[in-house]
Write a protein that binds this ligand. Structure first.
Ligand code: FPP
Length: 256
């Protein structure tokens, strides 16, 4: 997974990229193919994104593969998607492990077939101590679901007298969400032309730079990802400060 050149400096490179992979259906329709052909083609863009991020030194890549609302799609499309997750895990896990990739799935996995749940757990435990790229697949995931799950966990801690309500800070609450040991996404990418967050990582995207492209997911390759990162690297992230404060911070990090 070594890129020939590292095109970005450490400061220019997002540590964590989160992607909504949209446009598979339209890609297929444009070619008079069934929608599911677009999902098959989308898997190779997933592979390219993982390899590129690993090669340039991104720490975490989080991909929205299946939302809690996607169950509403035609039954045949849902079962092709489930089959693709299973086949991809079976085919790619060993190779990802050899490349030091850590795989995690976020979302309510209890709705998946037992075989898929077992493959997910096996891939997670095989790669759990890997120290390279963190790949997280959001499957049967919704941002509101995640927040409600965290509220439940915190409420149980209160009922069990493990924490006082007044001690619930932003940090305490966030430690009950998914992705706790990863930096929050620096760059969010949505392919396929829509400009929405669609219930993805609602809490974690609070300060993330947003990038939207009309490119359909199966056409999103290394060059497209490089363009997105270049766009990101030219932005000034302010986190509520003024532009001048941020510039001073670079000169003298102790000022703020
Ligand atoms: C959105 O395109 C895409 C999905 C709902 C599925 C994403 C799945 C993959 C890329 C393949 C499998 C992934 C893994 C991680 C193995 P859409 O169908 O909504 O496209 P449309 O907006 O053009 O209809």
């Amino acid at each position: 997974m070594e890129a020939p050149v590292k095109p970005f400096s450490r400061e220019q490179l997002p540590r964590h990229i989160a992607i909504i992979m949209d446009g598979n259906g339209r890609w297929a329709k444009n070619r008079f193919l069934p929608r599911t052909a677009g999902h098959h083609a989308g898997v190779s863009s997933v592979r390219k994104a993982i390899e590129y991020c690993g090669a340039v030194g991104v720490e975490a890549l989080t991909l929205f593969a299946f939302s809690s609302e996607n169950w509403r799609r035609p039954q045949q499309e849902v079962s092709v998607l489930m089959g693709l997750f299973l086949a991809t895990l079976e085919r790619e896990t060993e190779k990802l492990h050899k490349n030091n990739v850590r795989i995690r799935i976020i979302g309510d996995r209890t709705a998946f077939a037992r075989e898929l749940q077992e493959k997910i757990s096996a891939a997670e435990s095989l790669t759990s101590t890997n120290t390279g790229l963190n790949v997280t697949i959001a499957a049967n995931y919704g941002g509101r679901w995640e927040i409600v799950e965290a509220v439940r966990k915190v409420a149980r801690q209160v009922v069990d007298n493990q924490i006082e309500p007044d001690a619930i800070t932003t940090e305490v609450f966030a430690s009950n969400l998914c992705l706790t040991n990863l930096p929050e996404p620096d760059l969010f990418i949505r392919t396929g032309g829509e400009k929405r967050i669609s219930n993805f990582l609602l809490w974690q995207l609070a300060y993330t730079e947003l990038y939207f492209t009309d490119t359909l997911w199966p056409d999103f390759d290394e060059a497209e990802l490089e363009t997105a990162i270049k766009d990101y690297s030219g932005r000034q992230r302010r986190f509520g400060y003024t532009g001048e404060q941020v510039e001073n911070l670079f000169v003298n990090p102790g000022l703020l």
